[in-house]
Design a protein around this ligand. Structure first.
Ligand code: NAP
Ligand code: GLV
Ligand code: GLV
Length: 334
């Protein structure tokens, strides 16, 4: 019997590749430029398992073209790039990488929050350019974190890890989710559940941690931005389209709110033109989970999910829509 084939659309850290290579034939795309959709379709069509990146559009056309695939393992926790329904219809498992990247991503959200509030990037540039001529009482005034209110939209794994950091900085945490969290978890972060309108109107800092879904698309729109406090700073490490980026750009340009930190963009990797000229923003290239430790764990997780499926078992990290189907199924069959 020929070995099962795993296709990896872009080189990931060695750890997972090594685990996969011990058992299967592994085809890793090693280029720097991204594969086109047609090239991806060509290389994936006879693969038994595919490792995808969050920027790969795994739509119904791609999924329909797969002849053998049993699993699509996304190298990310967010899986809005995958048409899960189309995969489910074809009996293909879809997995993601929850949990292992929570702390690294919360660190980047907090790094952005501090950087925007205290103008770290702008001040660093000032020193490098030789403009620092001595301490001045009003040089680079920013905003306190201590005693301020942080509004967390999407209080899941990463949202809660951000809340834990905020507690250490003496901030008050309010949050919004569709479902209120149990009292013991709220107490852990001293976090108060509020509706979205209250969060928008009362937060000094707002950090987004929802997945991108039909419901969260443009959750932060012009009307909501207009109701933010004039000193508000908004941080997005979730997915770009959760914010109407053009509306946010205009508000930042007109000084309607104080600042913003971006790790993700609505039309990634493109920016709303002009965003790069504003000095009240900090712009990162989607590096939320980018630590050596975390990316190794993600790599291992992807490999384990594939091994489980190709050896005939249900993978541990099914996306929630499929967990609801398959885990229920497996308990009824047991
Ligand atoms: P998670 O544990 O599933 O948390 C998501 C939270 O969002 C849940 O608390 C959920 O609660 C809430 N939510 C879902 N739909 C909502 C809605 N319509 N309105 C309000 N809240 C909603 O996910 P996670 O692991 O924290 O990851 C969150 C997202 O971060 C990922 O989906 C990914 O897109 C992004 N991410 C980005 C990076 C990066 O590199 N920048 C790294 C990792 C993750 P309810 O269901 O109760 O509403
Ligand atoms: C990164 O953005 C992820 O969703 O893992
Ligand atoms: C600042 O450096 C101070 O000593 O207040």
């Amino acid at each position: 019997m020929s070995q099962a084939k795993v296709f990896i659309t872009y080189a990931i850290p060695e750890k997972g590749i090594k685990l996969l290579t011990e058992k299967f034939e592994v085809d890793v795309y090693e280029g720097d430029e991204f594969l086109s959709k047609s090239e991806m379709i060509e290389r994936a069509k006879d693969a038994d398992a595919i490792v995808t990146q969050l920027r790969d559009p795994i739509d119904s056309e791609f999924i329909e073209s797969l002849q053998k695939a049993k699993i699509i393992a996304n190298y990310a926790v967010g899986y809005n790039n995958i048409d899960v329904q189309a995969a489910t219809r074809k009996g293909i498992f879809v997995t993601n990488t929850p949990g292992v990247l929570t702390e690294a991503t919360a660190d980047i959200a907090f790094a952005l929050l501090l950087s925007v509030a205290r103008k770290i990037v702008e001040a660093d540039k000032f020193v490098r350019e030789g403009k620092f001529t001595g301490w001045k009482p009003k040089l680079f005034l920013g905003y306190d974190l201590f005693g301020k209110t942080l509004g967390i939209i999407g209080m899941g794994r990463i949202g809660q890890a951000v809340a834990r950091r905020a507690l250490g900085f003496g901030m008050n945490v309010v949050y919004y989710n569709r479902n209120r969290l149990p009292a013991d978890i709220e107490q852990r972060y001293n976090a108060r559940y509020v509706d979205l309108d209250t969060l928008i109107a009362t937060s000094d800092y707002i950090s987004i941690h929802t997945p991108l879904t039909k419901e969260t698309y443009h959750l932060i729109n012009e009307e909501r931005i207009n109701r933010m406090k004039p000193n508000a700073i908004i941080i997005n490490t979730a997915r770009g389209p959760v914010i109407d980026e053009l509306a946010l750009y205009k508000a930042l340009k007109d000084g309607k709110i104080a600042g913003a930190g971006f790790d993700v963009y609505e039309n990634e990797p493109l920016l709303t033109p002009g965003l790069e000229k504003l000095d009240n923003v900090v712009l990162l290239p989607h590096i939320g989970s980018a630590t050596y430790e975390t990316r190794d764990k993600m790599s291992e997780m992807v490999a384990i999910n594939i091994i489980e499926v190709l050896e005939g078992r249900i993978p541990p990290n099914l996306v929630p829509e499929q967990a609801a189907i398959y885990l229920k199924k497996s308990t009824t069959h047991d």
